[in-house]
Design a protein around this ligand. Structure first.
Ligand code: 9YT
Length: 128
């Protein structure tokens, strides 16, 4: 087994910074677990368009408050501390943060670390 400490990921190559979020990637494809685990902060007052066409994702909010809007039906899902949202339909969505939101995110298949969001908020599927 092993441990990974957030403190050691901060400001490493696995700490990815975007305009509306920062993500500390704790477990990646190379770790061989079949999923990746991320500690992501969504910045207060922002909206992010996200559409993971190639990945399933669960997102557990452990701090903060905001909402998700699923685009196909316009439904708004309030998200606050101790709420997990489960994108089981590759749901295209907007993620809006009222306060800074700290999220623990799990992806299947795992993120390799090379992905960046494209203009559609999508990660390409990176093959080895
Ligand atoms: C909230 C959310 O979708 N986080 C995903 C992880 C983050 N975008 C990353 O590590 O790239």
């Amino acid at each position: 087994m092993k441990t990974v400490k957030l403190q050691d990921v901060i400001d490493s190559e696995n700490h990815v910074k975007a305009d509306t979020w920062e993500s500390r990637r704790l477990v990646l494809k190379k770790d061989g677990m079949g999923y990746s685990v991320h500690d992501t902060v969504i910045k207060a007052g922002t909206e992010t368009h996200i559409w993971y066409q190639n990945h399933l994702e669960s997102v557990y909010c452990i701090e903060g408050k905001g909402e998700v809007e699923t685009i196909k039906d316009g439904k708004v899902w309030p998200i606050e501390k101790d709420t997990i949202y489960v994108l089981d339909q590759h749901d295209e969505h907007y993620l809006r943060a009222e306060t800074d939101m700290r999220m623990v995110c799990v992806f299947n298949p795992p993120i390799t670390g090379q992905e960046t969001h494209d203009e559609n908020g999508v990660y390409p599927l990176v093959e080895d």
